[in-house]
Design a protein around this ligand. Structure first.
Ligand SMILES: Nc1ncnc2c1ncn2[C@@H]1O[C@H](COP(=O)(O)OP(=O)(O)O)[C@@H](O)[C@H]1O
Ligand SMILES: [Mg+2]
Length: 245
Protein backbone atom coordinates (compact mmCIF):
# COMPACT_ATOMS: atom_id res chain seq x y z
CA UNK A 1 0.00 0.00 0.00
CA UNK A 2 2.87 2.37 0.79
CA UNK A 3 4.80 1.43 -2.34
CA UNK A 4 3.80 4.33 -4.54
CA UNK A 5 7.31 5.65 -5.11
CA UNK A 6 7.01 5.91 -8.87
CA UNK A 7 3.66 7.61 -9.05
CA UNK A 8 4.10 11.03 -10.63
CA UNK A 9 0.65 12.46 -10.02
CA UNK A 10 -0.46 13.80 -6.65
CA UNK A 11 -1.43 11.00 -4.28
CA UNK A 12 -5.05 10.49 -3.30
CA UNK A 13 -5.86 12.27 -0.05
CA UNK A 14 -5.74 9.64 2.68
CA UNK A 15 -7.16 9.49 6.14
CA UNK A 16 -4.49 9.97 8.77
CA UNK A 17 -5.05 6.49 10.19
CA UNK A 18 -6.32 3.30 8.59
CA UNK A 19 -9.85 2.50 9.72
CA UNK A 20 -8.75 -0.73 11.39
CA UNK A 21 -5.35 -1.86 12.57
CA UNK A 22 -4.24 -5.00 14.41
CA UNK A 23 -0.84 -4.86 16.00
CA UNK A 24 0.82 -8.11 17.13
CA UNK A 25 -2.40 -9.83 18.20
CA UNK A 26 -2.06 -13.01 20.22
CA UNK A 27 -5.18 -15.09 20.83
CA UNK A 28 -5.35 -18.19 23.00
CA UNK A 29 -8.04 -20.65 23.99
CA UNK A 30 -7.35 -22.18 27.38
CA UNK A 31 -3.81 -23.27 28.11
CA UNK A 32 -2.97 -24.72 24.68
CA UNK A 33 -0.88 -23.25 21.89
CA UNK A 34 -1.90 -19.81 20.71
CA UNK A 35 -4.52 -19.91 17.93
CA UNK A 36 -3.12 -16.60 16.68
CA UNK A 37 0.46 -15.73 17.47
CA UNK A 38 1.38 -12.19 16.56
CA UNK A 39 -0.86 -10.99 13.74
CA UNK A 40 -0.53 -7.45 12.45
CA UNK A 41 -2.70 -6.11 9.66
CA UNK A 42 -4.52 -3.01 8.53
CA UNK A 43 -7.61 -2.16 6.53
CA UNK A 44 -8.25 1.27 5.09
CA UNK A 45 -11.53 2.94 4.16
CA UNK A 46 -12.53 1.99 0.66
CA UNK A 47 -10.47 -1.19 0.68
CA UNK A 48 -11.49 -4.82 0.46
CA UNK A 49 -8.81 -6.87 2.18
CA UNK A 50 -9.08 -10.64 1.95
CA UNK A 51 -7.91 -12.73 4.89
CA UNK A 52 -7.20 -16.14 3.45
CA UNK A 53 -5.86 -19.42 4.78
CA UNK A 54 -6.72 -23.05 5.37
CA UNK A 55 -9.05 -24.32 8.07
CA UNK A 56 -7.68 -23.71 11.53
CA UNK A 57 -5.25 -21.01 10.38
CA UNK A 58 -6.75 -18.50 12.83
CA UNK A 59 -8.93 -16.34 10.58
CA UNK A 60 -12.12 -16.48 12.66
CA UNK A 61 -10.22 -15.93 15.89
CA UNK A 62 -8.58 -12.85 14.37
CA UNK A 63 -11.94 -11.45 13.26
CA UNK A 64 -13.51 -12.09 16.66
CA UNK A 65 -10.67 -10.25 18.41
CA UNK A 66 -10.91 -7.35 15.97
CA UNK A 67 -14.64 -7.16 16.64
CA UNK A 68 -14.28 -7.28 20.43
CA UNK A 69 -16.08 -10.63 20.63
CA UNK A 70 -12.98 -12.42 21.94
CA UNK A 71 -10.30 -10.96 24.20
CA UNK A 72 -6.79 -10.98 22.81
CA UNK A 73 -4.10 -12.28 25.16
CA UNK A 74 -1.91 -9.44 23.95
CA UNK A 75 -1.59 -6.98 21.11
CA UNK A 76 -3.58 -3.92 20.13
CA UNK A 77 -6.63 -3.20 18.00
CA UNK A 78 -6.99 0.35 16.71
CA UNK A 79 -10.07 1.88 15.16
CA UNK A 80 -9.30 5.15 13.36
CA UNK A 81 -5.97 5.22 15.16
CA UNK A 82 -7.41 4.84 18.66
CA UNK A 83 -6.60 1.70 20.63
CA UNK A 84 -9.74 -0.06 21.83
CA UNK A 85 -10.55 -2.86 24.24
CA UNK A 86 -14.29 -2.18 24.02
CA UNK A 87 -16.65 -5.14 23.71
CA UNK A 88 -18.54 -6.00 20.51
CA UNK A 89 -21.65 -3.88 21.16
CA UNK A 90 -19.57 -0.75 21.76
CA UNK A 91 -17.43 -1.31 18.68
CA UNK A 92 -20.69 -1.73 16.77
CA UNK A 93 -21.73 1.73 17.90
CA UNK A 94 -18.39 3.04 16.62
CA UNK A 95 -19.31 1.70 13.18
CA UNK A 96 -17.79 -1.77 13.17
CA UNK A 97 -19.98 -4.62 11.90
CA UNK A 98 -19.31 -8.35 12.19
CA UNK A 99 -21.02 -10.80 9.86
CA UNK A 100 -20.46 -14.36 11.00
CA UNK A 101 -21.08 -17.68 9.31
CA UNK A 102 -24.39 -18.16 11.07
CA UNK A 103 -26.09 -15.32 9.11
CA UNK A 104 -27.41 -13.45 12.16
CA UNK A 105 -31.05 -13.20 11.05
CA UNK A 106 -34.30 -14.03 12.83
CA UNK A 107 -35.76 -16.97 10.94
CA UNK A 108 -39.24 -16.75 12.50
CA UNK A 109 -39.65 -13.07 11.58
CA UNK A 110 -40.44 -11.70 8.13
CA UNK A 111 -37.84 -10.09 5.91
CA UNK A 112 -39.44 -6.71 6.62
CA UNK A 113 -39.30 -7.27 10.38
CA UNK A 114 -35.66 -8.31 10.16
CA UNK A 115 -34.87 -5.11 8.29
CA UNK A 116 -36.84 -2.92 10.69
CA UNK A 117 -34.84 -4.42 13.57
CA UNK A 118 -31.55 -3.47 11.88
CA UNK A 119 -29.58 -0.30 12.45
CA UNK A 120 -30.50 1.25 9.13
CA UNK A 121 -33.49 1.91 6.90
CA UNK A 122 -35.10 -1.08 5.16
CA UNK A 123 -35.08 0.92 1.91
CA UNK A 124 -31.29 1.15 2.10
CA UNK A 125 -30.99 -2.62 2.44
CA UNK A 126 -33.24 -3.00 -0.62
CA UNK A 127 -31.04 -0.57 -2.52
CA UNK A 128 -28.18 -3.03 -2.03
CA UNK A 129 -30.34 -6.09 -2.76
CA UNK A 130 -33.46 -5.17 -4.78
CA UNK A 131 -34.15 -8.88 -5.22
CA UNK A 132 -35.32 -8.98 -1.59
CA UNK A 133 -38.22 -6.60 -2.23
CA UNK A 134 -40.57 -9.30 -3.52
CA UNK A 135 -40.01 -11.34 -0.34
CA UNK A 136 -40.67 -8.65 2.27
CA UNK A 137 -43.57 -10.50 3.90
CA UNK A 138 -42.01 -13.95 3.84
CA UNK A 139 -40.59 -15.57 6.91
CA UNK A 140 -36.82 -15.15 6.69
CA UNK A 141 -36.25 -18.77 7.66
CA UNK A 142 -38.06 -19.86 4.48
CA UNK A 143 -35.75 -17.94 2.14
CA UNK A 144 -32.98 -19.69 0.25
CA UNK A 145 -29.52 -19.61 1.81
CA UNK A 146 -28.43 -16.95 -0.65
CA UNK A 147 -31.46 -14.76 0.05
CA UNK A 148 -30.87 -15.13 3.79
CA UNK A 149 -27.31 -13.97 3.39
CA UNK A 150 -28.45 -11.02 1.22
CA UNK A 151 -30.84 -10.13 4.02
CA UNK A 152 -28.08 -10.37 6.63
CA UNK A 153 -25.60 -8.38 4.56
CA UNK A 154 -28.21 -5.87 3.35
CA UNK A 155 -29.34 -5.23 6.89
CA UNK A 156 -25.76 -4.61 8.00
CA UNK A 157 -24.93 -2.34 5.04
CA UNK A 158 -28.12 -0.34 5.60
CA UNK A 159 -26.71 0.55 9.03
CA UNK A 160 -23.83 2.27 7.20
CA UNK A 161 -20.97 0.77 9.17
CA UNK A 162 -17.50 2.14 8.49
CA UNK A 163 -15.81 -1.24 8.97
CA UNK A 164 -17.15 -4.65 7.95
CA UNK A 165 -15.64 -7.93 9.12
CA UNK A 166 -17.20 -10.77 7.12
CA UNK A 167 -16.48 -14.39 8.02
CA UNK A 168 -17.25 -16.84 5.22
CA UNK A 169 -20.39 -15.02 4.17
CA UNK A 170 -20.65 -17.42 1.24
CA UNK A 171 -20.53 -20.64 3.26
CA UNK A 172 -22.57 -23.28 1.44
CA UNK A 173 -23.76 -20.95 -1.32
CA UNK A 174 -23.50 -21.40 -5.08
CA UNK A 175 -20.74 -19.45 -6.89
CA UNK A 176 -23.25 -17.22 -8.69
CA UNK A 177 -24.77 -16.15 -5.37
CA UNK A 178 -21.31 -15.66 -3.90
CA UNK A 179 -20.46 -13.34 -6.79
CA UNK A 180 -23.62 -11.34 -6.14
CA UNK A 181 -22.77 -10.95 -2.45
CA UNK A 182 -19.15 -10.04 -3.16
CA UNK A 183 -20.22 -7.47 -5.75
CA UNK A 184 -22.32 -5.77 -3.08
CA UNK A 185 -19.35 -5.83 -0.71
CA UNK A 186 -17.14 -4.28 -3.41
CA UNK A 187 -19.73 -1.59 -4.09
CA UNK A 188 -19.94 -0.73 -0.40
CA UNK A 189 -16.15 -0.47 -0.24
CA UNK A 190 -16.18 1.82 -3.27
CA UNK A 191 -18.54 3.99 -1.23
CA UNK A 192 -15.98 4.14 1.60
CA UNK A 193 -16.47 1.01 3.71
CA UNK A 194 -13.35 -0.75 5.07
CA UNK A 195 -13.78 -4.50 4.53
CA UNK A 196 -11.89 -7.46 5.95
CA UNK A 197 -13.19 -10.53 4.17
CA UNK A 198 -12.59 -14.15 5.12
CA UNK A 199 -13.53 -16.24 2.11
CA UNK A 200 -12.99 -19.83 1.03
CA UNK A 201 -13.78 -19.03 -2.60
CA UNK A 202 -10.27 -17.69 -3.02
CA UNK A 203 -10.54 -16.84 -6.71
CA UNK A 204 -13.83 -15.01 -6.29
CA UNK A 205 -12.39 -13.09 -3.34
CA UNK A 206 -9.34 -12.09 -5.38
CA UNK A 207 -11.60 -10.69 -8.09
CA UNK A 208 -12.94 -8.02 -5.74
CA UNK A 209 -10.11 -7.63 -3.21
CA UNK A 210 -7.46 -4.93 -3.24
CA UNK A 211 -5.05 -6.64 -0.88
CA UNK A 212 -4.56 -10.02 0.71
CA UNK A 213 -3.18 -11.47 3.90
CA UNK A 214 -2.70 -15.21 4.00
CA UNK A 215 -2.62 -16.86 7.42
CA UNK A 216 -0.84 -20.07 8.23
CA UNK A 217 -0.86 -21.61 11.68
CA UNK A 218 -1.75 -18.41 13.48
CA UNK A 219 0.62 -16.12 11.60
CA UNK A 220 0.56 -13.94 8.51
CA UNK A 221 2.50 -16.01 5.97
CA UNK A 222 2.01 -13.66 3.03
CA UNK A 223 0.85 -10.11 2.47
CA UNK A 224 0.46 -8.58 -0.95
CA UNK A 225 -1.88 -7.16 -3.52
CA UNK A 226 -4.74 -9.14 -4.99
CA UNK A 227 -3.42 -8.19 -8.43
CA UNK A 228 -0.15 -9.95 -7.68
CA UNK A 229 -1.96 -13.16 -6.74
CA UNK A 230 -4.32 -12.91 -9.72
CA UNK A 231 -1.28 -12.72 -11.96
CA UNK A 232 0.42 -15.68 -10.23
CA UNK A 233 -2.22 -18.37 -9.61
CA UNK A 234 0.53 -20.89 -8.84
CA UNK A 235 1.61 -18.72 -5.92
CA UNK A 236 -1.81 -19.26 -4.32
CA UNK A 237 -1.49 -23.00 -4.71
CA UNK A 238 2.02 -22.91 -3.23
CA UNK A 239 0.91 -20.82 -0.28
CA UNK A 240 -1.95 -23.18 0.49
CA UNK A 241 0.14 -26.30 -0.03
CA UNK A 242 2.80 -25.12 2.39
CA UNK A 243 0.07 -25.01 5.00
CA UNK A 244 -0.25 -28.76 5.00
CA UNK A 245 3.46 -29.48 5.24
N1 LIG B 1 -13.58 -22.04 20.90
C1 LIG B 1 -12.39 -22.62 20.71
N2 LIG B 1 -11.82 -23.39 21.67
C2 LIG B 1 -10.60 -23.97 21.50
N3 LIG B 1 -9.87 -23.85 20.38
C3 LIG B 1 -10.38 -23.10 19.38
C4 LIG B 1 -11.66 -22.47 19.49
N4 LIG B 1 -11.90 -21.79 18.34
C5 LIG B 1 -10.83 -22.02 17.55
N5 LIG B 1 -9.92 -22.79 18.17
C6 LIG B 1 -8.63 -23.23 17.61
O1 LIG B 1 -7.91 -22.08 17.19
C7 LIG B 1 -7.27 -22.34 15.95
C8 LIG B 1 -7.73 -21.32 14.93
O2 LIG B 1 -9.11 -21.52 14.68
P1 LIG B 1 -9.98 -20.49 13.82
O3 LIG B 1 -9.67 -19.12 14.27
O4 LIG B 1 -11.39 -20.94 13.90
O5 LIG B 1 -9.37 -20.73 12.37
P2 LIG B 1 -10.03 -20.53 10.93
O6 LIG B 1 -11.17 -19.57 11.04
O7 LIG B 1 -8.91 -20.02 10.09
O8 LIG B 1 -10.48 -21.88 10.46
C9 LIG B 1 -7.59 -23.78 15.57
O9 LIG B 1 -6.52 -24.58 15.99
C10 LIG B 1 -8.82 -24.06 16.38
O10 LIG B 1 -8.91 -25.43 16.68
MG1 LIG C 1 -13.16 -19.78 10.50
Amino acid sequence: MADVLHVQTAPEPRAEHPALVADDLVITYGAGNAAVSGVSLEVGSGEVVALLGANGAGKTSTLLALAGAKDAASGTVRIDGRATTAPLHRRAREGLALLTEDRCIFGHLTVRENLVLGRGKPADALAHFPELSEHMDRQAGLLSGGQQQMLALGRILAGRPRILLADELSLGLAPLVVKRLLAAVRQAADDGLAVLLVEQHVHLALEIADRVYLMRRGRIAYAGTAAELRANPSLIADLYLEQSR
